[in-house]
Design a protein around this ligand. Sequence first.
Ligand code: DP6
Length: 325
Amino acid sequence: MKATALAHPNIALAKYWGKRGDGHNLPAVPSLSVTLAGMRTRTTVEFVEGLAADELRLQGAVAAVGRVADLLDRVRRMAGVPLRARVDSTNDFPTSSGLASSASAFAALALAATRAAGLSLEPAALSDLARRSSVSSARSVFGGFVALRAGRAGDDALSAEVVAAADHLDLRVVVAVTHEGSKAVGSSEGMRHTVLTSPYFAAWVAHAPSLYARLREALLRGDLEALGVAAEESALAMHASAIAAAPGLLYWSSATVAALEQVRALRARGLAAWATIDAGPHVKVLTTSSDEPRVIAAMEQVPGVLRTIATRPGDGARLDEDPAA
Ligand code: DP6
């Protein structure tokens, strides 16, 4: 009744921002991401006889069970297991800071919880289970380049799917970390506020499918430049919708803007460098393996950039056969 799983965060190249209004945690727009080796969540779930309530430890500290208990309830119903669980989860990167920790967290949790309950789900079913808790986590179940279509009326299940393998493109993602603490407004809350108050949300929903289609085509033909251009546009359009909310939702700090300017300066010098930004102040730079060292050096020069994390396309969620290591 115990299992440990590993999962990586993913970064959306074509962003998901906003849910459909029908309460099934369905995305309003299609998204396309890359799962990132170089950052990792490890989660152990144990269903325990006699435990009165689910227990969660995050980075070693007791935490509120919240959305974790909802996922465990679904697994208990599927498996016919009545027991409460002990969950222990650690990230080797900053938690709740716009580094997509909920994506790797719920992908690892879905796999560990189902296995601990004696279930062996197909990847699509696992992705759907994770998606019900956090949309972006549906994508971290898979490795490489992963798509999730927009939800449609009447959808019950919705799973992500692989578009291309991790080695399909010579891509590196350099994360320029600008802040080590938690972010002020989580993505679920931030997108809810955007949906409810931003006059630009409808424009974002209308525009996002064409960005997604351009990005997907660029990926399939191996055109990193077209992919980078579309990814930067997607991130800026998503943030424009959030910034136009009332009150405006600004995830950026001065370091974010300085990092974005540096990316554009690198590009003007002929380097492969395109920026994407999630619900936090960090800037992630898309580049190639040959330009990566110069991109890292340049991003570390930016005032307010604390450090960089070098990542590359990686694998999907998997069981950890050696949890003590
Ligand atoms: C900006 O998947 O964390 O990272 O579905 O409410 O859990 P919930 O939101 P979440 O949002 C991710 C938003 C994003 C863009 C993306 O990953 O597509």
